[in-house]
Design a protein around this ligand. Structure first.
Ligand code: ATP
Length: 392
């Protein structure tokens, strides 16, 4: 009896996490082949408007699979109009491969939602379910409940062995925009993306007017960070008016200060590697603080910003000794923009407009207390900033 794995997804774009999981799953489950089936549209999942067409996604999956004989690519869902429903796909496959044993391969993130998919009962009757771990902190806690829920519907569930590769297409699209995605892409897929200018690889984002800059940056942020960034930009402009700094630079630095914040620690390191940036020991140990550095690199190389803007972004998290007015404004605006809410924020807000250096000092001191309570180390730059302000 032929044993066939079914690996569906948006593949926007396909990455090495998809391919490695499909290959490892095939081996662990003893499958004869795995069908990679890009969806035309996923019910309940918005495919970003500036994405490639379904046909282009299909072509990229073909390129990613080409070197692996166990992987086959199917256009079943791309060529069917409307939302792609798994039960319809399974039905079509049962007709195409009569008597075959079908296994639906799903990433661990899909597990909890699967019982809510349309015709879920029918799905688990038609195919066994193989879960492919993706990694991540929550996964270990969530897996058992997901497996139990499916088993209670009568599903045959296996958790396949997988060496997780913690990348998602959403993150990869950001890396592509920042021109540092090679680590996670098959070279043929990357070539196709670049040749066709997909995922903004051919966009010129240098010196964008503010309304367009806002639109582009919002597309790169996690949605829950957008209000903060707009608040920081507007506050930075107000502070620039108050303290006689360049309001355009303030607006642009505020808009871009968190442009790489959506990348997690390991991806911050990926960007630094791709840009050839050497890191100090503190940054290697705490890659989460790296978004200030990577944001400044992206502001310079991708957005063509001037030195003042780049430097204000570079130092917005830790501060440094001898900060200029724009650097101080971005540091303080980030701390007390209207969406921030913590004890002492009102004092900081008032101080920002009456004594900028005092506000900077208060911000740094509050950070130090916070880090101490968390048991985290303080960056050398923050210490130097405080020493400078105390001397001041
Ligand atoms: P997005 O970020 O757009 O949600 P994605 O990277 O999760 O995309 P999909 O194309 O939607 O990719 O995923 C297809 C299938 O591959 C899903 O079952 C998903 O759980 C799985 N998958 C995606 N990335 C990985 C990975 N890094 N490791 C293991 N499985 C993965």
């Amino acid at each position: 009896m032929e044993r066939i794995g079914i690996f569906g997804g948006t593949f926007n774009p396909p990455h090495i996490g998809h391919i490695r999981s499909a290959l490892r799953g095939a081996e662990a489950l003893g499958l004869d082949k795995v069908l990679l089936i890009p969806a035309r549209q996923v019910p309940g999942k918005q495919i970003p408007a500036d994405s490639p067409t379904p046909e282009q996604r299909l072509e990229m999956v073909r390129l990613a699979a080409a070197a692996h004989p166990v992987l086959e690519v199917s256009d079943l869902e791309v060529s069917r109009q409307g939302d792609s429903y798994t039960w319809q796909t399974l039905h079509a496959l049962q007709e195409r491969y009569p008597g075959a044993e079908l296994t639906l391969m799903v990433g661990s993130d899909m597990l909890l939602s699967l019982p809510k998919w349309q015709q879920a009962e029918r799905i688990v009757k038609a195919a066994a379910i193989a879960v492919l771990p993706r990694g991540g902190r929550q996964e270990k806690n969530l897996l058992p409940a997901g497996v139990t829920a499916l088993e209670s519907m009568g599903a045959k569930v296996t958790v396949a062995e997988n060496i997780p590769c913690e990348i998602s297409s959403t993150q990869l699209r950001r890396l592509l925009a920042f021109r540092c995605a090679s680590e996670f892409l098959d070279p043929a897929v990357e070539d196709y993306i670049v040749k066709n200018g997909l995922y903004h690889t051919a966009s010129d984002w240098k010196n964008l007017p503010m309304d367009r800059l806002e639109q582009v940056v919002i597309g790169l942020l996690n949605p829950n960070r957008v209000r903060h960034v707009l608040g920081c930009r507007d506050t930075a402009v107000e502070l620039a008016k108050r303290w006689g700094a360049d309001t355009v630079d303030a607006a642009r630095a505020g808009m871009l200060h968190d442009v790489t914040k959506a990348l997690d620690g390991p991806l911050q390191l990926t960007l630094c590697r791709a840009y050839g940036t050497l890191l100090d020991d503190f940054s290697k140990k705490y890659p989460k603080t790296l978004h200030a550095l990577t944001g400044s690199l992206v502001a310079e190389r991708i957005f063509g910003e001037n030195k003042a803007v780049v430097s204000a972004i570079r130092h917005h998290t830790t501060g440094k000794a001898d900060m200029n007015v724009l650097e101080a404004i971005i540091y303080v605006a980030d701390y007390m923009e209207p969406n921030r809410d913590f004890p002492g924020v009102e004092e900081l807000r008032a101080l920002a407009f009456s004594d900028l250096q005092a506000a900077l000092k208060l911000g740094l001191e509050m950070t130090l207390v916070h880090l101490k309570n968390q048991g985290s180390e303080v960056s050398p730059e923050s210490r130097q900033a405080l020493d400078w302000l105390k001397r001041g």
